[in-house]
Design a protein around this ligand. Structure first.
Ligand SMILES: [Zn+2]
Length: 266
């Protein structure tokens, strides 16, 4: 420290002092140049809860420093939102003297135990020393549908949300005052509505193609082209800086996932 790969507590995004936001910037791998990802620590009467563990145990250690005075009289818990490398690779902080339960959906456990995940870690370790101390530590408490943590002055409800538009509709129905998105840089609930209309638009265009014909294997490589919904059209005339390489691929993945899902249900 200071280094280009840094974590900054973001004091503006949460006005609730029980909820601390930490923003990790990552520059060590070209493909993810400039990536930002958020993790949170929630402090309730009963618990200090770490929501996501970022990229490596050093990241968690940094976050924990800032709450060390709150640990006395509270149990430490960790939650994984999902198993991606930028959200769960700091899990191994919670071993030995820092032992704490790690709570996540069953699917997160399966993914962190998979051969693919171990291979991905080896690949990342070749590319950057950020990952030198990482070993995959799967969750120790898992749930299938929902899980509730009663923190006395704050209740955390974990819901399984694989990312379909129904999940977004349910979230919007809760009429949240604020949302925290791991890669969102905003806490406005409008973000949810924009995401929902984006997903619905992909779905609408996929259905319109499916009504005419069943796509072949080669069509499914470029679904965004097949449904005529380019990344440029999605972002429109935005003046925000966007990681175009990363999000063009993310858009393609979204289109493919929705098309494949519709093909199975049609
Ligand atoms: Zn992520």
């Amino acid at each position: 420290m200071p280094s280009l790969n840094e974590i900054i507590p973001d004091l503006e995004i949460s006005s609730d002092e029980r909820i601390r936001v930490f923003r990790r910037t990552f520059h060590a791998i070209k493909e993810f140049e400039g990536m930002e990802v958020d993790a949170y620590i929630v402090i309730t009467d009963h618990y200090v809860i770490v929501l996501d563990t970022l990229l490596c145990p050093e990241d968690v250690s940094f976050m924990m420093q800032s709450v060390k005075n709150q640990l006395r009289g509270r149990s430490l818990l960790c939650i994984n939102s999902h198993a991606d490398w930028d959200h769960a690779w700091g899990n191994c902080y919670f071993t030995g003297e820092n032992l704490a339960p790690i709570i996540a959906h069953d699917h997160c456990l399966t993914r962190l135990q998979s051969t693919e995940a171990h291979k991905e870690l080896l690949d990342f370790q070749q590319l950057s020393s950020t990952f030198k101390n990482v070993f995959l530590l799967p969750p120790t408490i898992t749930f299938n549908q929902h899980f509730t943590i009663h923190g006395r002055n704050l209740t955390i409800e974990l819901l399984h949300a694989p990312g379909h538009h129904l999940d977004l509709e349910q979230l919007i129905a809760l009429q949240p005052l604020h949302v925290l998105c791991s890669h969102g840089k905003t806490n406005s609930p409008d973000q949810l509505k924009q995401n929902l209309s984006y997903i619905c638009e992909i779905e609408r265009r996929c259905k319109s193609v499916l009504q005419k014909r069943k796509p072949g294997v080669t069509d499914l490589v470029h679904v965004s082209e097949l449904i005529n919904y380019s990344f440029n059209e999605v972002v429109g005339n935005t003046t925000e800086t966007i990681d175009r390489i990363f999000y063009t691929q993310a858009h393609e993945n979204n289109c493919q996932a929705i098309m494949k899902w519709l093909m199975n249900t049609y």
